[in-house]
Design a protein around this ligand. Sequence first.
Ligand code: DCP
Length: 644
Amino acid sequence: MPIARPEPQNARVIAHVDMDCFYVQVEQRKNPELRGLPTAVVQYNSWKGGGLIAVGYEARKFGVKRSMRGDEAKRICPNIQLIQVPVARGKADLNLYRNAGSEVVSILATKGRCERASIDEVYLDLTDAAEMMLSETPPEVLDKIDEEVLKSHVLGLHVEGNGREEKVREWLHRSDADHQDKLLACGAIIVAQLRMKVLYETKFTCSGGIAHNKMLAKLASAMHKPAQQTVVPSSSVKDLLASLPVKKMKQLGGKLGSSLQTDLGANTVGDLLQFSKEKLQEHYGVNTGTWLWNISRGISGDAVVDRLLPKSHGCGKTFPGPQALKTFSSVENWVNQLCDELSERIQSDLDQNRRIAHTLTLHARAFKENDMEPQRKFPSKSCPLRYGTAKIQEDAVKLFDSGLCDFLGSQHIGWGITSLSIAASKISDLPQGTCSILKFLEGKIPSSASSSGAGEFHKESLPLSSTDDVQSTGCTVMDQEVKQKALASEVASNDIDIKFQAKPLKRIGSLVEKTKDVGKSSILKFFQSSNSSFHAMNQACERFSRDQASSSSFPECEEHSDLEQIDEQVGFSEGHVDIDGHHNQTRNGYMWGINMENIDPSVLDELPMEIQREIREWFHPPKRANTSRKGSSIVHYFSPVKKG
Ligand code: DCP
């Protein structure tokens, strides 16, 4: 469901940058002989020449489209070069493209807040950079303006013949322009510079949209491709939306857009202008009605969220036509393969970025033979995510079983699976201190244990090291803006089951007991002794406070009708319930269901003062505590250098 957010009072400069025919460019950089040739990237599945997933602009001139298969593309463009996506584990391996996307993001992120919205697109908030340029070197005083800036398309600027660059130069130089337009002019210069830097450093071209909000910037970036940029001054918004088909607007591609067409007779976004806010609210509820009223006027207050990494990891595989999976063992085989990849990716996210995923979701498309209820969809299922490939596989198979049960209902008939995907979502940062304490505990484990058991412990127990709940940190992973492309499936669940975390910590305890010096350690005993304290400290370490904990051996499932709906839930987890079923209050002594006063002080006394202080701050944070500050004493104290 879209969220109605008013625009902030001060004008912003927002850019949307989208790579051009991205996978094709990546392949052309890898193999420069392909440059200039009509090229497309095809899926792993080679049926009818493989489905096209990216089409280069040279091939588009021949009418080749993404919806085609390779054979058809060859018919209309015989010289087309069809490149198959890299393959691993019997399916497409997108790492090459993901990494290429990261290269671009690291360049774009240098000028302002940057939100990676998909594998090949980002939003940038360039307000500060534009304001600074305006106060130091406003465009009107610039003698020389780069050609790339002059090639910009400025909506509403009427240009005939070849005079566009001159017109754009005049527009940029206008001293009588209002502050908003002057900011956009600065934005256009900054985006052109960034795009050139991307080209210079990565050899990739991209296109950009520059406007006062994300919605308009995204619309604009797609208007002139490849390797161009489009600016949307406020005065042009009305005309832009007047002709924009509702279905082209983000969030209106589905049922809501269809309802606008059939129930209100609104075919373009501009058509909505004729309806009062009250009328739209009456039809679609207060929030959606307000949002519709806003967007028809080009109003959208969505912020650019500071996020350079994906907000979830997903991988999937389709099994079209005769390839449909019809037995449990074939499904299990593929679920295992997907889990293997997912596990590798979340582990590397953890290692490289110190981020941890909390929720595992399985989604499938299925059919029944002689179906009596063809509308019934295979429900998406979620459960708390446990680290370790075998555990993810085990849980994913159970999620599938559960989904299939619901899908079949009481019917005992044949079935087939035409697509499977799994995703790890609800990703949050690992707090520095927590990780270091776990490392510290690990460091106390004798080396014989660490070569076998400790490795396992490390993997299994890492989910314990979660950070704050999303709301209390204002964590950015919950933002709504992610295109559902190859980067990730967007899924969420609120349930985190503490039982999954208990085992690894117990294992730490038993391993630790084997060591002489650590056996005495009361902080370690603390972890293993008191059950309630154990849970509490467990949560203190993890901050995994979530709705309910289940004691069954089967992961608590959540059902979602479709991934879009799941995405909408992200970021709206309500008040949390601790493991005892009590509502947690955030950032106080009871945050994790434990009162600091209940901890035997000697438990902490063994640790150096700075570490004690940091742990105490977890329970009694100072008013402006900054738990993620750099140079955390815990991190320094237990840094790997000291460990040995
Ligand atoms: N992609 C995919 N499957 C899809 C859509 C896209 O695998 N159904 C991949 C291939 C694309 C990349 O994501 O190269 C980016 O998708 P875009 O929609 O941005 O399209 P392109 O970058 O290919 O082309 P354009 O220049 O039109 O943006």
